[in-house]
Design a protein around this ligand. Structure first.
Ligand SMILES: [Zn+2]
Length: 122
């Protein structure tokens, strides 16, 4: 599993198939190697915590930048920008939080033969 494959949102097993068709869908099966990304029902649920953690870190991390780099002293303006950063980053980060979860799980539980079998999955 290579980091560049994940950053390009490609299959972590073969590096060719695209993980996503739309923006908010969950990856189902690699069109190239046949790997079933959805290993069990609710598989991608942990991405919510990863996305939340990343969004909070980025939103809070924007505060010192706004205060000390851009010199913004208005609390209202700072909070408004932090909320805007959280919304924009949160939406952008959705697919990457799923990819991070996939990378964590595939590192702990490497792909096996039954990850390529249908087992009733579509
Ligand atoms: Zn693949």
């Amino acid at each position: 599993m290579r980091l560049s494959r994940l950053l390009q949102l490609r299959c972590p097993v073969c590096g060719v198939g695209k993980l996503f068709h739309g923006y908010f869908d969950n990856p189902e099966r690699c069109p190239n190697c046949g790997f079933y990304f959805m290993r069990e029902s609710g598989y991608f649920l942990p991405h919510v915590a990863i996305g939340y953690g990343g969004t909070v870190l980025v939103a809070l991390g924007s505060w010192p930048l706004l205060r000390y780099v851009f010199g913004i002293e208005s609390a209202t303006l700072t909070l408004s920008i932090m909320i805007a950063v959280a919304v924009v980053f949160g939406i952008w980060f959705v697919r990457y939080s799923k990819v991070i979860w996939l990378a964590i799980d595939l590192t702990l539980n490497p792909p096996s033969a039954d990850d390529f079998e249908s087992r009733g999955r579509k």
